[in-house]
Design a protein around this ligand. Sequence first.
Ligand SMILES: Nc1nc2c(ncn2[C@@H]2O[C@H](COP(=O)(O)OP(=O)(O)OP(=O)(O)O)[C@@H](O)[C@H]2O)c(=O)[nH]1
Length: 372
Amino acid sequence: MFSFFKKKPKPVETPAVEPQASQPANRPAAAPATPQATPPATVDIVADTTAQPVSPTPPASAPAVEQPARKQSWTERLKAGLSKTRDKLGKSLAGLFGGGKIDEDLYEELETVLLTADMGMDATVHLLQDVRERVSLKGLKDGSELKGALKDSLNELIHPLEKPLDVSGKKPFVIMMAGVNGAGKTTSIGKLAKYYQQQGKSVLLAAGDTFRAAAREQLMAWGERNNVTVIAQQGGDAAAVCFDAIQAATARGIDIVLADTAGRLPTQLHLMEEIKKVKRVIQKALPDAPHEIILVLDANIGQNAISQVKVFDDALGLTGLILTKLDGTAKGGVIAAIAKQRPIPLRFVGVGESIDDLRPFNSKDYVDALFD
Ligand SMILES: Nc1nc2c(ncn2[C@@H]2O[C@H](COP(=O)(O)OP(=O)(O)OP(=O)(O)O)[C@@H](O)[C@H]2O)c(=O)[nH]1
């Protein structure tokens, strides 16, 4: 019934990122279908990959990722990734920071700029109040001095989200992923698996997205290329896949289990019930698991992120967030909205499709990349 494969483990010091191995587990070009309450009548057969050699070429569904001639540093990539938000914010702020008296008109303009960067009303009101206090405390007079005050204020607001995920102390450490369709769960799992592998940790993947056959194949192909065990099941029970994966990880002394789940909208109540069941079954497999429940958010959705965070948090008790696709949006200000309205630790941010484009969130780097 269960089909899983494992490549012979290579030494941990396996050369970090070969061009092929560096590709994230990409989805096929076709848009994902909204999952159905019941699994599709016909399901792609999961090949028994136990004895299959590693394919030297990536599957068609994994588009090539161009490697830059010179590898950019993370700060450079973060800055490049946030360029859309920065352009929008920066252009508007340039007028405000350009000089001139700090007066009510200027505060009004600042309010508009913050709202259009998707910071949301609560965070905007908070930031304005805080900037006003800083201005009066420091006796600032000129608009050009506002930039520093705003940077400090924003950093203070979002800094509490900077809580790197500590995966030590539990073995296996079980991370469960949740989110809407196409948010970037499967891709993030591939990136995280590589991230933890590079730290010398053993990783096992649970292909719990049993609605989208391509997601399972995506994970299996990725696991095969990167010597990571993937537990997959042909058919519809995500909870069973996760249960099986945790048992396998426990038996093999694996450090980290990354459990994928199907994309779902917070309004699809039956699917929200299904994901609660996945969590309960994980708890049955290992009483204190899942140790981390991450909601993966696509930064393009801006303010909608807040309602997603609230519903998934109420259903599952989120312990972390991943914000993907910051590179494709001018809505990077949504982090401030999250910090104000539901401050769940932002474990990682994604600024691109390459394997290195997912990193732990650092509030100062983020603010610097946004303003400088
Ligand atoms: N530009 C950019 N693209 C990203 C990022 N993260 C993920 N993607 C892309 O987003 C698309 C969707 O990613 P998936 O990982 O398949 O999404 P998913 O949440 O697993 O989707 P479902 O299985 O339908 O729930 C893929 O094309 C990814 O390459 C990012 O940080 N930046």
